[in-house]
Each structure stands twice: as C-alpha cells, then as structure tokens.
Design a binder for this molecule. Structure first.
Ligand code: ADP
Ligand code: MG
Length: 943
C-alpha cells in the first residue's frame, strides 16, 4: 500500500486527544512514519515566507485541484490521503473527523484533514453516499527518487482515479445485492411532447440499459432504476422534471457540459466500446438514445482514466412491455425501499436468494414487472419447475452458495482494477456453474428459461474454450486466493515451471540460512545466536549484549561486522549473509514479478471470454432468483397466478406478503380476502368501494391486491389461494398521502397532483388503488372531488380499481354505477366495543362504527354521544342526491343531555313558526329580528 520504506518505530503522538475521531487518532499515532517521505515538502511552509508564494508542494496541489474542481481531492502523502482548503472543511464535517491546519497560503491558515490510506475505502464510501465525488491523487514515484532531484523537489503526483457515486467497482464501496446505475438523461422535444432518453450503466456488472419516459413518467422510471448518479446537461439543470425525478430517486445530480451530449459522440463511443464498425448488430438507436449514450460513455471514460469498462450489449426496457409504476406508487407500495428505515419491504418479504447477483436479479424483476403475459408465463414456468423438483432446487441452491459475484469480479479485471481474488471468483463461479449445468442437464422437464441457463453454464464444462479456461484457472490458483496482486503466493505450485524454480531458489536459500545460523553458533560458541529479518536492515545476526564481545574480538571480528547496538541486542552481518540475502530477495522479487505476469496472462484469458462469462453469471443469477421465488412460494404457501391478456382480476384468499409474515412472527394469522374486479358479466364490478372503520384493514386490503398484481407480473407466485390476473399496463396506488413539506406542498396539493396524474394517464388496462381519497381537505370538497374522480375512472377511463373511503356517501355511487360495487371490512360488536375481523364482505359498511371507534379510542362519553346526534342529523339528508347540511349549532362546552337536540324544536323556531309575517310593519319586523337574535344567544349560552 505504501511505497515508503519504514524508517523506524512510530511513537504514539502524545498530543492526541481522546475525543479525536478514529481517523485522526490513527493519523496522530502514525504521523511520524507517515510523514517521512514528505518531510521536506511539509516543512517548506514554515521556512519559506508564508506571505509570498505557494510552497512547491502547495503549488502542485493547487495545480491538480484546479484540474478537478468538482471533486474532493484526496492527496496522497505517505500513508495518508490529505484534503486541504474547502475540501478539508467539507470532508471533515461529512466524515465527522477533526479539521486541523497546516502551513499558510496567501497569509491564511490552510485547513486540512486526512484519512489513512489503509482505511480510505471506508471514508470514501461515506463521502460518496453523501453525494460527494472524489479525485484520488497518488504519488507516482518513489519519494527517494524525488529527493535525488534536490531538496526542494516534490514527489510527482497526479489523479489516478475519479470516484463518483455512479462509477464504483470496489466491493467495499458497493451494496452487494443492488445494482449501482449511472444514468445519463437526454431530453428531446419541448413542453408536453418532451421525451427523456435514459442510458443506464452499472459499471460494476456491465449491465447496460436504455429506456425512455415522458416528463410525468420520469420520476417512476428513475425510481425503478434507482441510479446512484444522474448525468444531465448543464443547460438542463433548471428542467423541472429532471430535477424532481433525480430528487425522488435519491440520486446525485452531476452536470456535464452540453458538448458531451451528442448523437455523433454516442455513435462513436458505442462503436469503440463494442469494437464494431456499424451499430446494426447492437440494435436500433434513436437520436435520443445516442445522445444519452454519448454523455454516459464520455463520463465513464473520464472517471475511469480511459480504461474501458465491461459492457453488455444494451438492453432496451420498452415502456410498453413493462408495467408502468409511477414514483408515488413505488413509494407507497414499499417495494424495495421502506418509508421508515429498517421496516420490511416487499423485497425483504420475498427474498430467499443466496447470492448477491441473485438478489440483484430479484430486485430488478420486482421493480420492473412485465406487461408481457408470455414472458411472465415463461418465468412462472421456471419457478414451477423448481417448486416441483424441490430436491433439484435444494442441490442447486447449495452449490450457488459457493458461487461468488462473477460479474463484479469481471468488471474489475476489465478495468485493470482486479486482483487475484477476482480470478478466484471467476474460477469458483465457473466451477459452481458447471456443477449446476450438470445437474440441470440430468433433469428431465426443462422450461425455456432453465434451458437457457443450462446452455450458458454448459459452455464452461466441455473441451471447448470455456472448459479449457475453467480448468486452467483450477490449476493456476491456490484454493484460498488473497485480495491483492502484491500478496504473492496465489499461483499454485506446479502451474508454471519458471515460478516453481524461483520459489525453490528462495526456499532453498532459507534452508541455507538455517544452516548458516547453526554454523555461526557452533563456531562462536554462542548458542543463542540468531539470524533475523526486518524491513529496515534486511537479514542480520543478533546476539545478546553479554555475548557480543565474543563476536567483536579475534578471531571472530574478522568475520562479523558490527551493525547496531540496542539495549537488548547487538546486531552483526557477514559477507556471506549479505550475499545470501541478495539471492533470497532477488529470487523472491523475481517470483513476485513472475506471478504478476501470470496474473496478467490469466486475466487476459478471462477477458477473452468476457461475454460468455457474463452470460454464465447472468444464468446463475437467474437460477438463484427463480430458486428463491420457488423457495418463498413453497414456504409461504403462494399459488401460481394465471396471467393472461384478459381484464380479469380475481383473487381468492389474497394476503399481504409483508404484513402476513410480520403477523405470523408475532403469533397472529393473516385473514385472506377475495377480490373480484373482472368487469365481466352483467354487474360484475370493475371497481370496488371499500368501507369500514379505521383499523379494520382497508389499506392493507388495497395494498395487498396491488402487490399481488406486481408479484404476478414479475413472474412470482402470489400470496393467495388462487389468482387470475389480466396484465395491467400501469399501476397507480395512492396509500396514505403524507405531507410533502420538504417540497413545500400540503397533503391536499400532493394528493390532487397525484390524482391528476392518475386521471391523465390511467388506461382501460390499468389498475388503480386509491386510499382515503379527498382526505386532505374540507369534507364537502373532499367528497365532491372523490365522487367526480370515481365517476371519471368508471365512465371514461374504465380501468379496474379499488377505493377505500371514509365518505360513506361514496357507497351510493356503487349503487348508481353499473361497474362499481361495495365491499366492507367486517366488524362485530362485543361488550360494547368493536372487534375487527379483517374479513371482506359485500355491501357497504354500517357507518356508525366510526363513532364507536372514537369511543374505543377513549374519546369522552359526552363527545361520543354528541357525535351520534350529529351523525343522525347528517344521515337524514346527506349526499349529493339530497340537501346535505352540517349542523350549524355546534356548541363547544354544553353537555349533550342539556341540549335541545333533535327531539324538541328550538324556542326561536317555535316563535317563528307561530308568526304571521304579513301583519308586521317593517319597523316591527326589524325589532322582532333583534329579539329573536337575542333569544338565540340566551338559549345557546344556557342551552
Ligand atoms: P385501515 O386502513 O382500515 O385503517 P389497516 O389496513 O391500516 O386498516 O389495518 C390495520 C391493521 O389491521 C394492520 O396493521 C394489520 O395489523 C391488521 N390487519 C389488516 N388486515 C388484516 C388481515 N387481513 N388479517 C389480519 N390482520 C389484518
Ligand atoms: Mg387506512
């Protein structure tokens, strides 16, 4: 790691404070040795007048920094990466490490902080997660060499790597079970006709996707990919849709100059990346695609210092073939990201994969359910096959547990950032792959998807190229492979004759060394004489101080040369030992160099079969995903859904995958519920209005049906006793709108914006789930809006849908509209309280339960009684079909019993009733009005 030779034992820095961060403490402790290489550089600020000019080192720093203004510059100094100026201030606060200062620049202290090189990955990860980008400037020469150029010479340094959230490849910086996409957005067209072209690349796996979205769909599309970083043209930074979409997806937004976006650039970059003369073989590309690809590959080239990443041929995610799920729906369904940190998600409920690549595949299917019934059925066939043959599944999953992440290893090797462990990962992955292929080949019935996987894996079994590579790696590597190339010993004995010879030389010299030690001990009579080794002196002879005199006097002084006297030992060397040492070191150095050559050769051999290996890795991921789906289906009693292009939505005994598991863990049971939304037959509803008191299970019911559609269309079994789903092209789910205060919008505005999105975009094939529509506003507003929205969805959109509401009035809508029906959450009364049965029944709910729920919740009796009265009044004339009036008399403090409630008419009314208006003079009429008004106040105050 450090190119600096150790110059002595580092002492703990006595000035270190206990409360210092671990980075700083470690830095303080290691400071003396860390500084050795750069002492001259660092002393300069104190000796040169600080006011005048930058020290040579600072000049170099400023020069490198000027070339990378948007990056935090990690500037290598010995065993540390140091940050200066603003970078230091930002990084220290982001990392919670101490900010110090070092020297002066232009008369001001230079803020500084640093992290040890050995732990730089951890710190870098923290910074990246917070959206920073980091430029790593390394020492490009041995500091000793720099010193030879003169006392003021500075070690040559330059940026060797730009680390950005979207271009990571190190396992330490990545989440293993999740893709890490870099996305470039190119906008074409204006206003409502604007299209956003998306090019997405996970350079850690080589997955390369293209897609496209309109402005309203962009948020959902980005949330589907969950990119770590989004590239956008500088002049589009103000674009509302891009900004909002990047924000909901949580990605860092990196602006690029407009010049990086260009059709011709994209075309050239693609041709170079795939080494083809024409793009025809790769697919059809629109101008928008190529513009986005141009920016994407430009940025990759920039951050990877020209190294080409592994790149699979681009796959187009046709919006028409996916179930479109917008951003709000993704958030409310909690598919992969919970609303509250640590809460279960649908992903966590169904994930039974055993490899990181399998988890990524599962996640990718879950966030991109298909709208293509035949693809869904092919996937379901594969799951069915592994449910049927559970023994095969068990054996495959057992083997998969030994399969490392081949695609990420391959990507690192491709970017020349790989190590022996990555070769080991390919070896183990191919080995697992061929074992699985053998198993699968022997199994009789194979659906298309498993067959495909078998073929991809079988490529590494026979006598062909793949098989030869697999066997070569088997022979070449030791069983447990170290991480880095500088850790020698990873090439197995017997693989390479030249390497074996060098190793033999080194180890035989060690035997000679042992003989030499015995010989010297015998000759001098010092039995405790030892030959030792350290980094500073190399090999030396060591005796205790008491016995040193024997070696320092005749005749032995002719042989032993004194080197060093310590309190505990005296050290010597001899010509013979020096010669032996140089032989050992040379042999070791040569062996290491030979290993590195072999590493490079093996790496090349692997990369020659990059595509085939990537396909094998994908096959393993697919098998793991399918095996995991089979596993969860069997363990949780899921059923294979019938998926077709009908308009059916028939679920029997449906459950919520995550709520069910949580309930069962606590010893409870989930009550399964049916849902019929087929719209077939005379009055079979395409729309259900769900009513019931709070906590009865309305939201859960709505959500579970949305999730059953998602699971079915991703190709999974579903939590139900039977299910028939005609594919939905779009899913809209609004569940529990929350205030989006961060973006300055009230609940109501959020809800209306989302409602508008649904009304504008839902089609006849869509599934719409609305929970508590119109809740965020005054009763009449909310009710009227809800009513109108439902009418529209029913009459115009004609989609399938579920609506939960506390507006009892909406149940009347179901009576009026032919395709709408009412269901209620069953509750029963027991000892004056209500019990939730969580069962769905047909018909509207008995509305008084709301008041009962208030009672259950401990609302004072008086209030509950009064609420019942008001309810009775409302019921007498409620709804758009009759005059609906809220009671105008709403005393705050009067006890209900004392109130002239509905039983007796108000005295003022009585007087009015008895009045003969025609007999009054205008003056009398006015007096009477005053009197009545006074009466009214008196009765109400005493009332
Ligand atoms: P609502 O929307 O009607 O207020 P929720 O859907 O939020 O009710 O459900 C309240 C709670 O009831 C849930 O947290 C869950 O624990 C439980 N619950 C809901 N549906 C069921 C069910 N089908 N079986 C068992 N428990 C359920
Ligand atoms: Mg609810």
């Amino acid at each position: 790691m450090s190119s600096i030779r150790q110059k002595g034992v580092a002492k703990a820095n006595p000035g270190g404070h206990a409360e210092e961060s671990c980075a700083r403490t470690e830095q303080a402790r290691r400071r003396p040795e860390a500084r050795t290489s750069t002492d001259t550089e660092m002393r300069a600020p104190d000796t040169v007048s600080p006011e005048t000019r930058a020290t040579p080192m600072m000049a170099q720093y400023l020069d490198v920094k000027a070339k990378n203004p948007d990056f935090l510059l990690f500037y290598r100094m010995g065993d540390f990466f140091e940050l200066f100026f603003d970078d230091a201030v930002k990084a220290a606060s982001a990392l919670g490490i101490q900010l110090t200062k070092r020297g002066k620049h232009a008369g001001e202290d230079i803020p500084m902080c640093g992290v040890p090189v050995a732990r730089a990955d951890d710190y870098m990860q923290k910074l990246i997660l917070k959206g920073f980008r980091v430029a790593v400037a390394e020492q490009l020469e041995d500091p000793e060499l720099a010193k030879k150029r003169g006392p003021k010479a500075v070690v040559r340094r330059d940026v060797v790597r730009l680390v950005t959230p979207g271009t990571l490849t190190e396992d330490a910086l990545l989440v293993s079970g999740r893709n890490n996409f870099l996305v470039a957005l190119a906008k074409t067209g204006k206003g409502a006709a604007a299209r956003y072209h998306i090019a997405a690349l996970d350079i850690s796996t080589g997955e390369f996707l293209l897609s496209e979205a309109s402005a309203p769909d962009l948020g959902g599309e980005l949330l589907r990919l969950r990119p770590a970083e989004v590239l956008i043209a500088e002049d589009e930074l103000g674009d509302e849709a891009s900004k909002a979409a990047a924000e909901v997806s949580g990605a860092a937004l990196s602006p690029l100059s407009r010049a990086c976006f260009g059709r011709a650039k994209g075309e050239r970059a693609l041709r170079e990346a795939f080494e083809v003369a024409a793009l025809d073989g790769l697919g059809d590309f629109t101008d928008g695609d190529l513009t986005a690809i141009g920016a994407l590959l430009h940025y990759v080239n920039l951050t990877q210092m020209g190294e080409r990443p592994a790149l699979r041929p681009p796959r187009r995610d046709e919006p028409a073939r996916l179930m479109a799920i917008d951003a709000a729906t993704r958030a409310s369904l909690e598919l992969v990201r919970p609303k509250n940190e640590g809460a279960p998600t649908v992903f966590s409920a169904i994930d039974r994969t055993v490899t990181a690549a399998g988890a990524r595949e599962l996640m990718s299917r879950l966030v991109s359910p298909s709208a293509d019934a035949s693809l869904v059925n092919e996937r379901l066939d594969a799951v069915a096959a592994l449910i049927e043959d559970w023994a095969l599944r068990e054996r495959i999953r057992h083997i998969l547990k030994t399969a490392p992440d081949m695609s990420r290893a391959l990507s690192r090797l491709k970017l020349k950032r790989g190590g022996p462990r990555d070769l080991g990962a390919i070896r183990d992955g191919l080995r697992a792959g061929s074992e699985v292929a053998t198993l699968l080949a022997a199994s009789p019935a194979q659906p298309a998807h498993l067959k495909e996987a078998t073929t991809a894996l079988a490529a590494f079994t026979g006598d062909e190229l793949g098989g030869r590579l697999a066997r070569k790696l088997d022979r070449a590597l030791v069983s447990v492979v170290p991480l880095l190339t500088r850790d020698s010993g990873y090439i197995a004995a017997g693989f390479d004759a030249a390497l074996d010879e060098l190793r033999e030389l080194a180890s035989s010299s060690k035997i000679v060394l042992a003989k030499l030690q015995a010989d010297y001990a015998a000759r001098t009579g010092v039995k405790t004489l030892k030959i030792q080794y350290n980094n500073v002196f190399g090999y030396f002879i060591e005796v205790s101080p008491g016995q040193a005199s024997a070696l320092m006097s005749e005749p032995h002084s002719a042989l032993f040369r004194h080197k060093q006297t310590l309190a505990s030992a005296v050290r010597f060397t001899t010509d013979e030992l020096a010669a032996l040492e140089s032989r050992i070191l040379t042999a070791q150095g040569d062996a290491l160099a030979r290993e590195q050559t072999l590493f490079a050769e093996l790496s090349d051999a692997v990369l020659e079969q990059e595509d085939a290996i990537a396909r094998a890795a994908q096959a393993l991921a697919c098998l793991d995903c399918v095996g995991g789906l089979a596993e969860v289906a069997q363990a949780q009693n899921y059923v294979r859904p019938r998926v077709d292009t009908s308009r059916a939505f028939l679920v029997e005994g449906g459950r919520h995958p995550a709520v069910e598991q949580a309930l069962v863990r606590e010893g409870g049971a989930f009550i399964g519920n049916d849902c019929r939304l087929d719209g077939a037959g005379e009055r079979a509803p395409g729309f259900l209005v769900v009513t019931g008191p709070n906590m009865a299970g309305k939201s859960t019911y709505l959500r579970q049906n949305a999730l059953i559609a998602v699971l079915a269309q991703m190709g999974s079994y579903v939590p139900a006793t039977s299910a028939h789903i005609g594919v939905a092209d779009r899913l809209f789910a609004r569940i529990g709108a929350a205030d989006d205060l961060a973006r300055g919008r009230s609940t109501f505005m959020v809800e209306m914006t989302e409602t508008a999105a649904i009304l504008n975009r839902a089609t006849e094939r869509s599934l719409v789930i609305l929970d508590e529509i119109g809740r965020g506003t005054a009763t009449f507003d909310g009710l009227s809006i809800a009513w109108a929205v439902l009418e529209h969805l029913h009459d115009e959109t004609r989609c399938r849908g579920l609506v939960a509401t506390h507006y009892h009035e909406l149940t009347r809508l179901a009576d009026d509209l032919p395709r709408a029906g009412n269901v209620r959450m069953a509750v029963t009364e027991w000892k004056d309280t209500i019990v939730f049965l969580h069962a769905v029944e047909s018909g509207p709910a008995n509305r008084s339960y709301g008041v009962q729920a208030a009672k259950l919740a401990g609302v004072p009796k008086q209030v509950v009684t009064r609420a019942k009265q008001i309810l009775a009044q409302l019921e007498a004339g409620a709804g758009p079909h009759g005059p609906l009036t809220l009671p105008t008399d709403m005393p705050l403090f009067s006890a209900p019993a004392a109130h002239h409630a509905a039983d007796a008419p108000h005295p003022v009314l009585e007087r009015l009733g008895a009045l003969d208006v025609d007999s009054l003079s205008p003056r009398e009429a006015l007096d009477l009005l005053y009197a009545l008004k006074k009466d009214l106040q008196v009765t109400d105050a005493t009332g």
